[in-house]
Design a binder for this molecule. Structure first.
Ligand SMILES: C[S@@+](CC[C@H](N)C(=O)[O-])C[C@H]1O[C@@H](n2cnc3c(N)ncnc32)[C@H](O)[C@@H]1O
Length: 398
């Protein structure tokens, strides 16, 4: 049926109404008239798929990826990077106004390569085929490459395609490359017949959580080296991560804190990068292997003033943490636990640096942190061509 798209939602989908019910349409832009099929009917909304474009927006460009119509990995390849950045800025400002009741002007959005930026990819393997997931389903799309990934990853995918033709019982393969592109980590789930073939193309190999070759991948951010285990978080976009870390370092330098708390610290990257600008840092992280990596990274970078605690932030943090005058939080998408928000809000810490990958939970938490006010919000386009956006908000105690 023919319909007019009225706006974009937060996921970059076109929004229209069909039979008085909202309908979200991938690859459709505001003001476009499109012929769609409703492919999913839910109680409160529908999902539509474009059959043809009756009128096209002048903002539309041709998507670069040959799997764009089916693969669920990207959402914004049909607009320019400049339009994408504007969309992300407006989206974050709108979300902060709606959910935090704060009228904030986003400072700027740091943006770099639109393709070839990911240092990690998780592939599905189905009966010897290398795949990614389809949009809105568990169906698989066979691929030769992913243009969001570093070229080095695509070279490995080419080799893996040959290898897995005879490996029918593998379900998943994760590839991570070091930021200098010199080393490759491969993690395989499933039954492997010829382990040597995987060994030959990797520096670090983990099969079903068993280390076959080198447990850690040696990577780097700015002038620091980091060992990363396969199940630890590590930022996926090297150039944008460095820009974002520079912003955090600059904020720490300006504030000259005596003690810095690095909550949700992963393998210790932020804490280690800011350690020269304070007397003492404590990192807190729930994944045991990540804390093991963090302690190794402390030694590797010869940092004497940082310690790490393993556990859930909400189980560790209490009022005694008020002695930290600058607190960095970098939680997962779900944002901060209610207890963490309460403790932070009651704390005497002068500054909170909130690193977020989900503006909705960021806005929710900022609203609750009512003893703090927003000094600035800066965006980092860590995931170009997708609707995701990373932000750094500096909050100051009132
Ligand atoms: C977005 S990552 C940030 C990691 C790190 N700051 C960095 O830049 O690489 C979030 C981290 O929080 C950890 N995490 C998730 N829930 C947690 C919790 N409740 N308590 C402590 N750490 C948690 C995850 O394992 C992950 O390492």
């Amino acid at each position: 049926m023919e319909t007019k798209i009225t706006r974009l939602d937060d996921f970059g989908r076109g929004v229209t109404r069909i039979n008085d019910k909202v309908c979200f349409v991938k690859n459709a832009l505001s003001e476009e008239i499109v012929d769609i099929d409703v492919i999913k009917e839910k109680k409160k909304y529908q999902i539509g798929k474009v059959n043809s474009y009756i009128t096209k927006s002048d903002k539309r460009i041709t998507p670069k990826c040959k799997y764009y119509d089916v693969c669920g990995g990207c959402n914004l390849e049909h607009i320019s990077l400049e339009e994408e950045n504007n969309f992300k800025k407006e989206k974050v400002e709108k979300i902060l106004e709606k959910f935090a009741s704060k009228k904030v002007k986003v400072n700027k959005i740091a943006s770099e390569d639109e393709y070839g930026y990911r240092n990690k990819i998780t592939l599905r393997v189905d009966n010897g085929r290398i795949c990614l997931l389809e949009e809105e389903s568990n169906n698989l799309v066979e691929i030769d490459e992913c243009i969001l990934a570093e070229n080095k990853i695509n070279e490995i995918i080419k080799e893996l395609k040959e290898i897995v033709k005879d490996e029918k019982d593998i379900s998943k393969i994760m590839i991570r490359v070091s930021n200098n592109l010199e080393r490759v980590m491969i993690k395989v789930d499933g039954k492997v017949n010829d382990v040597n073939l995987f060994k030959e193309i990797s520096d670090s190999l983990i099969i079903n959580d068993k280390v076959i070759k080198e447990e850690y991948l040696l990577s780097n951010i700015l002038d620091k080296k980091f060992l990363v285990s396969s199940d630890s978080f590590f930022q996926v976009n090297r150039k944008i991560t460095e820009m974002m870390y520079r912003k955090i370092i600059e904020t720490v330098k300006e504030n000259k804190p005596n003690k810095v708390l690095d909550l949700y610290c992963g393998v210790g990257t932020i804490g280690i990068c800011v350690s020269s600008y304070t007397n003492n840092v404590l990192g807190v992280e729930v994944v045991e292997k990540a804390v093991e990596s963090a302690n190794k990274n402390k030694e590797l970078n010869k940092v004497g003033n940082i310690d790490f605690k393993c556990g859930k932030v909400e189980n560790i943090i209490d009022n005694s943490y008020s002695t930290y005058d600058l607190i960095i939080v970098d939680p997962p998408r779900s944002g901060l636990d209610k207890k963490v928000v309460e403790v932070l809000n009651r704390s005497n810490s002068k500054t909170i640096v909130y690193v977020s990958c989900d503006p909705i939970t960021l806005a929710r938490d900022i609203k609750l942190l009512d003893n703090y006010e927003i000094k600035e919000v800066e965006l980092f386009n860590m995931f170009p061509r997708t609707y995701h956006v990373e932000s750094v908000s500096v909050l100051e105690r009132r």
